[in-house]
Design a protein around this ligand. Structure first.
Ligand code: PLP
Length: 396
């Protein structure tokens, strides 16, 4: 029941520009249906269904016992910053020092802080659409102009460099890239990335490169724009632990950026969170330095599930689905069903007991698509596909 209040809530105007992440809303609706006794298969939330690897849990528990329960430096524990610097230097083939690393509670705060630190009112930010909804939300929140770049199925959901060139103006301050990509699973090839760098040329435009799925690659190789000569000082690389090590609830990610910007982002940390939890960071050191077999195992399992789900989707009336090369989502085209994305996602949740996201949860160019996460057991994924299939046979 709505609470009665004596005083009207007077929100700051900027709050009307703040968006959200629909996945959490769909999760709540799915939970409400389950409470009424309905069976729902959860394919809406983007988090690995695996447990955090045992060695990482042990390191976290050990750190708690050893007193890593206090504040630490805003930018992160020096040992973790160095470990991340070494890891990024190795995987992106660049030189990185620990002053260029800021550890934050999840990958998301790097999006928030980068945009807060770099974007003034009226500044333009080019971002992928469909894309992770927080990009557009944050740009609009700070009063920037969100300029979508359409990722189309015809181009396997990678950036069209010619289109990008036409979108760059004198007001462009930031370009956001995300590969492997949420929600489509699309990947940018090395050639794509090099051409994007060429399109940027020597303009003073920063790039936020969201590489949170960099270790979840099934075919091809992940290539960062940070690796392109001349681009490192204009790149903020976002990566983290949530997806790679199944650590979504530990809240830890990081940004790698030029040291002067890192100092400002650290100041935003001091003003907001003080620091990332110290024992979480100790577990992060173990995650990066320890045995990586569990990362490979998870990736192989996601690949197996992707193959099964894509195969099944392509046999369902009105659905067609390309094979994503990374991340753990599939993004079927549902235009031939004759349904719009949102009503179809709602119907599948309410009538078939399958929680998926409408493509429009990722921007206007997501119309005509649904996103299913494959971060669920093969058994549940098969059952979800049976349910969608049965629903389409009955309703289309
Ligand atoms: C593209 C992308 N970037 C960033 C994030 C944020 O990750 P974290 O949970 O570490 O904040 C997500 C999570 O879904 C994501 O899909």
């Amino acid at each position: 029941m709505a609470q009665t209040t004596q005083h009207e809530l007077q929100l700051a105007r900027r709050m009307s520009r703040l968006g959200t992440e629909t996945a959490f809303e769909v999760l709540n609706r799915a939970k409400a249906l389950e409470k009424q006794g309905k069976s729902v298969i959860h394919l809406e939330i983007g988090e690995p269904d695996f447990d955090t690897p045992g060695n990482v849990i042990d390191a976290g528990v050990d750190a708690l016992h050893k007193g890593w329960t206090h504040y630490g430096p805003s930018a992160g524990l020096p040992e973790l910053r160095q470990t991340i610097a070494d890891y990024v230097a190795r995987t992106r083939n660049v030189k990185v020092s620990s002053e260029e690393v800021v550890v934050v509670p999840g990958g998301k705060p790097i999006i928030f802080f980068t945009i807060l630190a770099l974007i003034d009112e009226g500044d333009e930010v080019i971002y992928p659409n469909p894309g992770f909804p927080i990009y557009e939300s944050m740009v609009r929140y700070v009063g920037g102009k969100a300029v979508p770049i359409h990722l189309s199925e015809g181009r396997d959901f990678s950036v069209d460099v010619d289109e990008l060139s036409t979108l760059i103006t004198d007001r462009t301050r930031l370009i956001i890239l995300n590969s492997p990509h949420n929600p489509t699973g699309g990947m940018m090839s090395r050639r794509d990335v090099e051409q994007i760098a060429q399109a940027i040329g020597d303009r003073n435009i920063m790039v936020l490169s969201d590489e949170i799925y960099s270790r979840l690659v099934f075919e091809g190789e992940h290539f960062s724009i940070m690796s392109v000569p001349g681009m490192q000082e204009r790149t903020i690389l976002l990566d983290g632990f949530s997806k790679t090590y199944a650590m979504t609830g530990w809240r830890m990610g990081y940004g790698v950026m030029r040291a002067d910007l890192a100092a400002h982002v650290s100041r935003l940390m001091t003003n907001s969170n003080s620091c990332t939890a110290s024992f979480t960071q100790m577990a992060g050191i173990e995650a990066l330095r320890g045995d990586q077999a569990s990362v490979d195992r998870m990736r192989d399992e996601f690949k197996k599930r992707r193959d099964v789900v894509v195969d099944r989707l392509n046999k369902i009336k009105g659905f067609s689905c390309r094979k994503p090369h990374g991340a753990f989502y599939v993004f079927p085209n549902i235009k031939a069903t004759g349904w719009k994305s949102k009503p179809l996602a709602d119907a599948l949740l309410e009538q078939a007991g399958v929680a998926a996201l409408s493509g429009t949860a990722f921007g206007d160019f997501g119309e005509g698509y649904l996103r299913f996460s494959v971060a669920n057991s093969l058994e549940n994924l098969e059952e979800a596909m049976n349910r969608v299939d049965a629903w389409t046979k009955k309703n289309l």
